[in-house]
Unconditional design. Structure first.
Lengths: 314, 318
């Protein structure tokens, strides 16, 4: 326990004052816990209610007759614009985009971090600085050129299709998004691995070199087996960021059956044909939130560490 | 670090010989070859694209990019709209909103984060339960946050309706539908999402403070309040800086939240520059104006981030 803790416990006005003090502190903490939990609670409760109950009942009341109907409808029937096929297809779109993007960007980040710390060369700091700054740019400043380039990928894909019968992924929106997320994700993954490998003992690398181990052998046999914590942090960070991305997804795969989850959810909620089914909307939002929430519940410690590593470098 | 580099030279004597074999030269260059693709990607797709956007902002591109330089017309239009038009243009609304949102979001997140961290640092039973509750919104996407708060703040469905049912019928809260107040609902949702993370940063800082300093101050008779104001908070200065950078960066990039929470607000009244850029570039066929707004956003970020990164990278000479 820290020193502040023990100090705050110093009686400054007798036992009564201390008890009042504790009550106030716990009361405030509980109040804020309510503030943070409320929207999730309302979303969850609403997703299990019937429309009747929503219109006539209280937002905070527990469902009288809990029903899974809204969840089933959100998964397989809900309308996004004019197509009513549920969220399931978009959910898989997101999975197909997230998995390769996370694997590729993490692997590249690990290699980059390894080079930047164990094989330092003149100008390494500059290279790292340039890559690091790329993490912080507003993506609006690259959005339009990327759209143009992805458009030409698409035309190239058509040519390949005519010539060989395959597009090799050129022009495929999911492949495009994987590419975009890798390009704008390597800054962060490199940062994570660089900072982690900086504290990794150079003696081990040196000893392996003397034993004649090659560049890749050292990486595979010595660095990677000792990188589990930072791999977990990086994978979680990238997974959350890419799953939650909306800007790139709406710019490059913003309509049709190729939309990722976030774009589809926004469309579902803003579809204004017929009666708005709030319970189904809330169930859809919960489905979109579940993967990242699950990661947070299962590996919260690593999640926080990733956020911190992205924020504080020292 | 340099020790590895020197031992490297010793280990490969071929390096010094005039006729090094191709293979060993390849071995020497391997680290750079491995790093090269990532670096090239960054140079092209970040810096090249930024130059491309800057170039476009000086053309008269509309629906399609045009590459004939026509001068700073797009910028003159942007700022002309800001100061000469009545009612104010959407660019004026966007930058005013950015000011309001940026200031309140950063200030409230910092204040609330510090406050919660100090409360949690008072040897709280159940800290392990409370901390994840404060922090979980950070795992959600802005879209989910927007959908949840849209429901919660809707006058006919959410908070207002609930309080009416409980008998407080005079309660009135329709900011989300009011063009003058809609930006404040974005602040509420944004603070809800990020303040827990700022709390975690401050808490980590508090736990890292040396106990000896505290004891000394206590012996000198400092009260708890004095202790925090005079000693703890000044010691947390690096955290304030990091948190500020994180928040400023999040604030300038927030686009999703405005879209999901307000769909842009009545008449675009909740727009931030990021929404302005997207609308003008992709929906209103004013590519040059959209690019100019992106360049202005970038310059704002550069002004904040570059000095920070420079000091961070320079401070640790090896």
């Amino acid at each position: 326990m820290s020193a502040i803790t023990t100090l705050a416990r110093q009686p400054s006005g007798g036992v009564n004052a201390r008890i009042v003090n504790r009550i106030v502190i716990y009361g405030l903490l509980a109040l804020f816990a309510l503030f943070y939990l409320m929207p999730l609670f309302v979303m969850l409760v609403t997703s299990f209610k019937t429309m009747d109950e929503i219109q006539n009942g209280n937002m905070l009341a527990l469902p009288q007759a809990p029903t899974f109907e809204p969840w089933i409808k959100a998964w397989s029937e809900v309308c996004s614009g004019l197509t009513c096929v549920g969220m399931k297809g978009y959910f898989w779109n997101s999975i197909k985009m997230v998995v390769p993007a996370v694997i590729i960007s993490t692997l590249l980040g690990a290699l980059n971090g390894y080079v930047l710390t164990k094989w330092r060369f003149r100008g390494a700091t500059l290279v790292f600085g340039l890559m690091l700054f790329a993490c912080f740019i507003p993506f609006q400043s690259v959005l339009l050129p990327m759209a143009t380039v992805l458009g030409s990928f698409g035309r190239f894909g058509v040519k390949l299709q005519n010539a060989t019968g395959f597009t090799f992924g050129f022009g495929n929106p999911t492949v495009n998004l994987v590419f975009v997320h890798v390009v704008y994700g390597i800054g962060f993954t490199t940062l994570f691995f660089r900072n982690y490998y900086e504290t990794f003992p150079n003696e081990l690398v040196k000893a392996a070199q003397i034993d004649g181990a090659s560049f890749f052998q050292i990486f595979r046999r010595i660095m990677l087996p000792n990188s589990l914590p930072i791999i977990v942090v990086t994978v979680i960070y990238q997974f959350t960021n890419i799953w939650n991305d909306f800007l790139f997804a709406s710019a490059y795969a913003g309509s049709g059956d190729v939309m990722p989850m976030t774009v589809a959810l926004n469309n579902v909620v803003n579809t204004s044909t017929g009666v708005v089914e709030y319970n189904v909307n809330m169930a859809a939002a919960m489905i979109a939130a579940l993967p990242t929430l699950l990661v947070y519940v299962l590996a919260g410690r690593y999640f926080v560490r990733g956020l911190m590593a992205g924020a504080v470098k020292g | 670090m340099s020790t590895v580099a020197t031992s490297q030279i010793k280990l490969t004597p071929e390096h010094a010989r005039p006729r090094a074999s191709v293979r060993s030269r390849l071995q020497d260059a391997l680290p750079k070859i491995v790093l090269a693709p990532s670096f090239a990607i960054t140079i092209i797709f970040v810096y090249g694209f930024i130059l491309w956007t800057i170039y476009l902002s000086f053309t008269n591109s509309k629906t399609f990019p045009s590459y004939v330089i026509t001068g700073s017309r797009a910028y003159r239009r942007l700022w002309g709209w800001t100061f000469d038009t009545d009612p104010p243009s959407s660019w004026y609304t966007s930058i005013t909103n950015m000011g309001i949102f940026g200031f309140l979001y950063i200030f409230i997140c910092l204040a609330l984060g510090l406050f919660l961290a100090i409360l949690l640092d008072q040897k709280i039973r159940g800290e392990g339960v409370l901390r994840p509750i404060y922090l979980y919104p950070m795992a959600l996407s802005f879209i989910v946050t927007g959908v949840a708060w849209k429901w919660f703040l809707d006058p006919g469905l959410g908070l207002e309706q609930t309080l009416h049912q409980w008998g407080w019928t005079s309660f009135h809260f329709d900011w989300i539908k009011n063009k003058d107040f809609v930006i404040y609902t974005v602040v509420i949702a944004g603070v809800w999402q990020a303040s827990g993370f700022i709390m975690a940063m401050f808490l980590a800082g508090l736990r890292g403070i040396d106990g000896e300093i505290m004891k000394a101050a206590q012996i000198d008779g400092a009260t708890t309040f004095q202790l925090y104001r005079r000693i703890v908070i000044p010691l947390l200065r690096p955290i304030f800086l990091s948190a500020f950078i994180v928040l400023a960066h999040l604030a300038i990039k927030s686009y999703d939240l405005v879209v999901a929470l307000t769909s842009g607000g009545p008449g675009g009244s909740a727009w931030l520059p990021s929404n302005f850029m997207y609308e003008y570039t992709f929906k209103r066929n004013e590519m040059a104006v959209g690019s100019a707004s992106a360049v202005i956003m970038l310059m704002t970020i550069v002004a904040i981030i570059v000095p920070y990164l420079y000091s961070e990278l320079r401070e640790k000479p090896r």
